[in-house]
Ligand binder design. Structure first.
Ligand SMILES: Nc1nc2c(c(=O)[nH]1)N=C([C@H](O)[C@H](O)COP(=O)(O)OP(=O)(O)OP(=O)(O)O)CN2
Ligand SMILES: [Zn+2]
Length: 148
């Protein structure tokens, strides 16, 4: 049976700050992130089935990633949960979409978070192959199942 990889791209806007980082990214700033999600599987062979010829419907992949990943982070401010108490309290008093993370919100750690969430909810007939997250035009991180 022939394995095929399927990839879907997503974009989201998010702000973050890298706590105790020794550069300007310790200050709150934003990125237009790009995320690529790749799954691998075997195309369905069933002439009567509406998904005949598909590893997974691109639309279903879109719906899952939108609901479980993008909706959480889009237009959110990602801060470490152990950031300044004053800052967190000030933000909570305003209408801000604050996402407190148990990890430093780097590209690498965001990928680990996304990977964990996707492994829980992708349908059993596909395997998560890789994730690629661009923070800027020139910088991205990747997670590959085969590396881990
Ligand atoms: N390994 C990582 N390094 C850095 C991360 C990260 O997530 N993983 N993040 C940052 C900053 O958040 C931010 O992305 C700044 O990155 P940088 O490449 O320094 O940004 P520039 O604005 O200089 O990018 P240009 O493409 O040169 O305009 C820092 N490091
Ligand atoms: Zn940044």
């Amino acid at each position: 049976m022939t394995k095929i990889r399927l990839t879907r791209r997503f974009t989201f806007e998010a702000a973050h700050a890298l706590l105790r980082y020794d550069g300007p990214c310790r200050h709150i700033h934003g990125h237009s992130y790009k995320l690529e999600v790749t799954v691998i599987g075997t195309p369905l062979v069933d002439e009567e089935h509406p998904k005949n010829g598909m590893v997974m419907d691109f639309g279903d992949l879109k719906q899952i990633v939108q609901e479980h990943i993008i909706a959480r982070v889009d237009h959110a401010l990602l801060l470490r949960a152990d950031s300044s108490k004053d800052l967190k309290e000030a933000l909570r008093k305003t209408d801000q979409k604050l996402l407190l993370t148990p990890y430093q919100p780097t590209c690498e750690n965001m990928l680990i978070d996304f990977k964990t969430r996707l492994l829980d909810i992708l349908p059993a007939h596909v395997t998560l192959h890789s994730l690629k997250l661009w923070e800027t035009e020139n910088a991205f991180a990747e997670w590959y199942a085969s590396d881990n």
